[in-house]
Every structure is written in C-alpha cells, then in structure tokens.
Design a protein. Structure first.
Ligand code: MG
Length: 240
C-alpha cells in the first residue's frame, strides 16, 4: 500500500516518510557482519553477538533519489540488505514477541565509503564518517506485512544487478542472527518505537559504485516479487 510518496518529502527535510510507511523514520539501526561469507570477505571474524551501528536520518535516500558519491572517498561500496520497519514500542521482548511489531519490509543499500571505513577501523574509531554520509541510507519503498512467523522472515531472497550484471544475492536463511532475533536483541538495549528501521546486514559480494551506475534490486518477500531501481551520481557542488 503506497501511503506517502517520497517526492513530497524533499531531500534533507527532517522527519522523512518513505513510500509505503505511514510514519517518518525515527532511528536508523544497522547490523554488521550478519552473513558468514561477508564477514570473511572483509577479513573480519564471525561475530558471536550482533554488531550494531546507527546512521543519522539525514543519510536517508528514498526511492529513486540517486546515491551521491562524496568527493573525499575514492572507494564507495554497495551493501544490499533487507530493511525492516518497527510499528510500535518494543522494550525487552523475545524474538517471538517482536513479530507483531515488524510492520513493513524494504530493501536498502548500506552505502559505505570503504576506504574511510578501513582507516577508521585501523584507528579503532566509530564508522559514522564512512557510513552516515548524505544518501548513504538508500531505501526502496516498503511493503506492509501481516504478522509473518519467524520462519517466514527466514525465507526472503534479494539480489542486486549493476548495469545489468548480477553482483550480489542473499537469503535471510543465511543470516547469522535472524531478523526477529536482531529486533529482540536491540529491544534489550534500546527502546524501539514506531519509525525505527533496521538494516539487517549484507551477504557477500560487496563492491564499488561508480558515477552513472544503475542499480536494480529484485526481491521476494511473503509471496510478492518486487523490483527497485536507483542510480549513482557525484555531487560536484560539494567539492572544495
Ligand atoms: Mg551493511
């Protein structure tokens, strides 16, 4: 159900509402290293508990708005991920209890300046400057869900093609921590509420974005097959 067109929410205005949601985005939580093969491809250990970080809401890039490559990075990567939207307050709930709070699902690109992230990792600093830049939280329209079971959340599939070439494909069955488990984990540390969205981690196959790239995502969720297209550009007005 399309409720609030993204074009009514100009870039950089506060409290933006993605297509398919009836409320604006409040917090953006992200999960790192939630697929074994992706953890390995970047030389990281497979985590024993979820790796969590956040992005500012100013990073939102909705629908067909282009992903903008910043001038101070020369290696910006795509990370295709399933994104869930929380529809009510959630505090200290089990993976079963949180199922009724999962209101909608989308796909998104956790855009990452890999060169900057590697520098930050070396210095043991937070990743915000590599993952929280403008347009670095790209997001497809959401579809609302009808209280699927935990098992249902484990059979989503998604894939990304860039300029017609398949680059990344994932299955939620291959997650280290399932989507309900992640939401439960977060709820024991933060008070989640309506408008919080969660990027749930990327499978292996991440790689660079170049100006002019056209991204096409195909995904299957709860019996529906969907596509989402976006593109990459540079913002020369930011260069100094
Ligand atoms: Mg990611």
């Amino acid at each position: 159900m399309l409720i609030s067109p993204a074009d009514k929410c100009p870039m950089h205005s506060p409290f933006r509402t993605p297509v398919g949601l009836s409320f604006p985005v409040r917090n953006i939580f992200c999960v790192g290293r939630n697929y074994r093969e992706h953890a390995k491809e970047l030389g990281n250990e497979v985590p024993s508990e979820p790796v969590i970080f956040t992005k500012p809401t100013s990073a939102l890039c909705l629908g067909n708005e282009p992903i903008v490559l910043p001038p101070h990075s020369s290696d910006v990567h795509y990370e295709l991920e399933i994104v869930v939207a929380i529809g009510r307050r959630v505090k200290n709930e089990s993976a079963t209890e949180v199922l009724s709070a999962l209101q909608a699902v989308a796909v998104g690109i956790d855009v990452t300046a890999r060169d900057l992230q590697n520098q930050l990792k070396q210095k043991k600093l937070p990743w915000t400057l590599a993952k929280g830049l403008d347009t670095f939280a790209a997001l497809s329209p959401f579809i609302e869900v009808e209280k699927p079971s935990e098992k249902d959340w484990g059979i989503l599939t998604f894939e990304l093609a860039i300029d017609g070439q398949n680059r990344q494909s994932g299955k939620t069955s291959e997650m280290i921590f399932s989507i309900p488990t992640l939401v439960s984990y977060l709820s024991h540390r933060f008070t989640l509420d309506r408008g919080d969205i969660i990027y749930t981690g990327t499978p292996s196959g991440v790689g660079p974005l170049k100006p002019g790239n056209r991204l096409k995502t195909t995904w299957n969720a709860f019996g529906t097959s969907l596509t989402w297209e976006t593109r990459v550009t540079t913002d020369k007005t930011q260069q100094n």
